[in-house]
Write a protein that binds this ligand. Structure first.
Ligand SMILES: [Zn+2]
Length: 511
């Protein structure tokens, strides 16, 4: 650090490469860039943007981060929020060129959920990866269901509609796999590419390992827990960074809003009924079933029920279940349908492992909130936290409510989905008159994103100052053309002065 002077502004560059997060934060003392932070760099599986190819984004990062005197591009901190493909894909060492191999990454910040020394984290992660693998197997088998059901119901009343419903269901489940950088389309007919230990390769894992290697090469890796405040020695003067998530409590498993106690959905990482689903799926998909985890071959324990091959020989089942007239009752594949429910829960559980940071500029008190893809449970857990700022009689306490009240830039969680920005204990507390939202999102990528009621509320609270990265229906170019209703001419002018719209990025300056 050159001087002791405080940071006076932060430029937040949101790249426009498609559906996924890639944010570069540059911290300035006056006109000098003194510190840089890259938060995530990924894109939705199997997608790319013709207008903003990732190569151009990487070139822009290189140009911005290469020191004036030359040398390798350097970033002070790389923050990786969570292990989803749309946040980590460009760190994969072999799926694409090793984009970040030549970067000097001075520190890597990750959530405690990635810490290999943390037993709880290891348990959660191995279960989540098992879950992703199980889902991959389920999708394979659901493909068979598609074929079998088409045959079974052909010519029947509603047969076509059943087949169509099955197709939609399967592709929706398959979409979730994309978060892991895998798709059932890729796997061989004989099953799945197994690692020696019997586990299915999960591609995001390779990206995460590479991130850790990059961190180890230079300044090292820090794992953060909720309630932490980042050591000021790791930051430029005048910047406080508060850690809000991922939660340590059971709320990490809560991904959807409550609708009365009966409607809660949880992914039991260790011990709910879905555990049997994971084990059963891994067993079904394993090249050598005996070596696979667990000893089940379905949703129920091995001692419950009879397998289909044996049942076909049994006269009782021949006359009943397998009888031609009873064909519509065949339910071989129906239990796979839990895969849909499971896929959503798995997705939410991983979103809740997001590292959530509130970055405060001490001089103005303004806060930038970067929640990754945190969902309901994470948001709720933040309100149990408090931080002490300063020393001695000058020390003050910060609560999550303070941080939300002072938020002037909200990176919208989970690309603006329906269950990742909560109302009362979230957006309703973002009461700062200068509030601006940034949404990294591309049109028609997922059903229900952008969630219209959330977008409306953001537009109201931000008085129209909502910047979207790559959605043709909500371009920043169009936004800047006309002053929205509800914002004063002075506020609009001030906002426009702080926005730069480029082909590759939208940048907003916070002071
Ligand atoms: Zn995401």
């Amino acid at each position: 650090m050159k001087t002791k002077a405080s940071v006076t502004s932060v430029k937040v560059r949101m790249y426009r490469h498609g559906f996924g997060d890639c944010f570069l934060l540059s911290f300035f003392q006056g006109k000098d860039r003194v510190f840089t932070m890259l938060i995530d760099c990924g894109i939705k599986y199997n997608t790319k943007s013709a207008d903003v190819p990732i190569e151009d984004v990487i070139e822009d990062l290189k140009a911005t981060l290469t020191p004036a005197g030359g040398g390798n591009p350097a970033v002070d901190v790389l923050v990786v929020t969570h292990e989803h493909w749309d946040h980590v894909s460009f760190f994969h060492p072999t799926r694409s060129p090793d984009y970040f191999g030549k970067f000097e990454i001075r520190q890597v910040w990750l959530g405690w959920t990635e810490d290999p020394r943390d037993k709880e984290a290891v348990a959660i992660n191995s279960r989540l990866r098992d879950g992703a693998a199980a889902l991959q197997v389920a999708v394979m088998h659901l493909k068979n269901a598609e074929r079998d059901e088409a045959r079974q119901f052909s010519g029947m009343y509603m047969g076509k509609r059943i087949a169509t419903a099955r197709k939609h269901f399967n592709s929706a489940v398959n979409e979730v796999l994309g978060f892991y950088g895998v798709s059932a389309k890729e796997v061989s007919k004989s099953g799945i590419k197994y690692k020696k230990n019997g586990k299915i390769s999960v591609v995001t894992e390779a990206a995460m390992s590479h991130i850790i290697e990059l961190g180890k090469k230079s300044g090292g890796i820090k794992y953060f827990s909720p309630g932490d405040k980042v050591d000021p020695r790791a930051l430029p003067p005048g910047v406080n960074v508060y850690v809000l998530g991922p939660p340590r409590s059971s709320l990490i498993n809560k991904s959807n809003p409550s609708g009365g106690s009966a409607h809660e959905t949880y992914l039991g990482i260790d011990h709910t009924g879905l555990s049997g689903f994971i084990d059963g799926m891994l067993q079904l998909g394993a090249a050598n079933p005996a070596a696979a985890a667990g000893n089940h071959t379905g949703p129920f324990g091995g001692e419950v029920g009879i397998n289909a091959k044996e049942a076909k020989k049994d006269p009782f089942f021949q006359e009943t279940y397998f009888a031609k007239t009873e064909e519509y009752r065949l339910i071989e594949h129906s239990w796979l349908d839990i895969a849909g429910q499971f896929a959503l829960q798995l997705d939410g559980a991983i979103n809740n492992t997001s590292l959530v940071l509130a970055i405060e500029l001490a001089e103005s008190g303004n806060v930038l909130l970067f929640p990754g893809d945190a969902q309901v449970g994470s948001w709720l857990s933040w309100h149990d936290l408090k931080w002490k700022v300063g020393k001695g009689p000058k020390a003050v306490t910060r609560t999550t409510e303070d941080l939300l009240n002072n938020t002037v830039l909200y990176k919208v969680s989970h690309h603006g989905s329906h269950n990742a920005t909560i109302k009362a204990k979230g957006l309703a507390m973002m009461t700062h008159p200068d509030l601006v939202a940034m949404i990294p999102e591309k049109e028609d990528s997922y059903n229900g994103i952008l969630y219209k009621p959330l977008l409306d509320e953001l537009q109201k609270r931000c008085k129209g100052r909502v910047l979207v990265s790559a959605d043709v229906n909500h371009t920043p170019e169009k936004l800047l053309k006309k002053r929205p209703d509800g914002i004063s001419a002075a506020e609009w002018k001030a906002f426009k002065k702080n926005v730069v719209v480029d082909r590759l990025y939208v940048e907003y300056t916070v002071k």
